[in-house]
Design a protein around this ligand. Structure first.
Ligand code: NAP
Length: 290
């Protein structure tokens, strides 16, 4: 139970810049309420120039741990004592645990991706899949696909081809995966490429509020009823990209599921407790739709 002066309250939080769009404080504080523990999750807006001081400060203040979001997920690694295997292979950290003054970095985005996709595994495992985008979240997606779903090929589609090539070289070296095909986003044969994939994942921010009329793929012909289509964008819950896919009979997975799942892993790392995932998920959906 909480005391009114917070003398025993354990602090957790988030550093990023900007952090106005985040739902993490909502998710974690709802989970804290539901599990009745004396924790508090706070967002801290930290520009890149203050990252080192902020990490030192959070350590000095004795936070149990914190999330890390854009633009710090890679840079923060140099201030940590140790990395989990996933964080090390992905090359980015989104969760830090303070273990008696030692900061350990984890990447729970990969867990969020894996658990979001797991119920649909039989439909796309060992088949060709498409990943659109080659930024930080694409790294977690590609790691999860290679590690858990053994794709025959990963078609990596990105606006900037060079960035996709960099990601490909990284995973060829780190995970010995050789099944990448890189495509520039504007390529005219993209529809036939997408048609032969069983899974299509959008890892770009296109379609995110307030630009809800945008979609990274605008032709409904890209989608068929054979597809699983996953959008990492979580606001709105049903993006235009997912609505186009649904109009062709595809099965869709929205980004809020991953958001709660990755948070549940962080919550467990900090508190040792399971997050009540379904209750938190429904609260979040209600909050976003308000
Ligand atoms: P990032 O590292 O900045 O990467 C963004 C990617 O999107 C890059 O590949 C970029 O292409 C592409 N892109 C950006 N603007 C574009 C445009 N106008 N047209 C075409 N491509 C464009 O971002 P990130 O960390 O990967 O995050 C991406 C999205 O995933 C965000 O919306 C984030 O909120 C979401 N996300 C969701 C979850 C979840 O739990 N649901 C978790 C993590 C992230 P270039 O290489 O050409 O710049």
């Amino acid at each position: 139970m909480r005391d009114s002066q917070h003398l025993n309250t354990k602090l957790i939080g988030l550093i990023g810049h900007p952090i106005k769009q985040t739902y993490s404080p909502f998710i974690h504080n709802v989970a804290i309420e539901l599990t009745k523990i004396d924790y508090l999750y706070l967002p801290f807006s930290v520009p890149s120039s203050s990252l080192k001081n902020a990490v030192r400060g959070l350590l000095a203040l004795g936070l149990k741990g914190f999330n890390v979001t854009l633009p710090h997920k890679v840079k923060v690694i140099e201030y940590l004592s140790q990395l989990s295997e996933e964080a090390s292979l992905i090359g980015a950290v989104n969760t830090i645990v303070n273990e008696d003054g030692k900061l350990i970095g984890y990447n729970t985005d990969a867990f969020g991706v894996t658990e979001s996709l797991a119920p649909h595994k039989s439909k796309f495992a060992n088949k060709e899949v498409a990943v659109i985008g080659a930024g930080g979240s694409a790294n977690a997606v590609v790691f999860s696909l290679i590690r858990n779903f053994k794709p025959k090929k990963i078609h990596l589609i990105n606006r900037t081809e060079q960035r996709a090539e960099t990601l490909v070289q990284y995973f060829k070296t780190k995970m010995k995966f050789d099944g990448f095909v890189v495509h520039e986003l504007i390529q005219p044969d993209l529809i036939s490429t997408l048609n032969k994939c069983k899974l299509i994942i959008n890892t770009t921010p296109i379609g995110m509020f307030p630009e809800t009329d945008d979609a990274i793929i605008t032709s409904p012909d890209a989608f068929t009823r054979e597809h699983i289509v996953f959008d990492l964008v979580y606001n709105p819950i049903q993006t235009k990209f997912l609505n186009l896919a649904k109009s062709k009979g595809a099965e869709v997975i929205d980004g809020t599921r991953m958001l709660v799942l990755q948070a549940s892993k962080s919550f467990e790392l900090w508190t040792g407790l399971q997050m009540p995932i379904d209750e938190v998920y429904h609260s979040l959906q209600h909050f976003i739709n308000e």
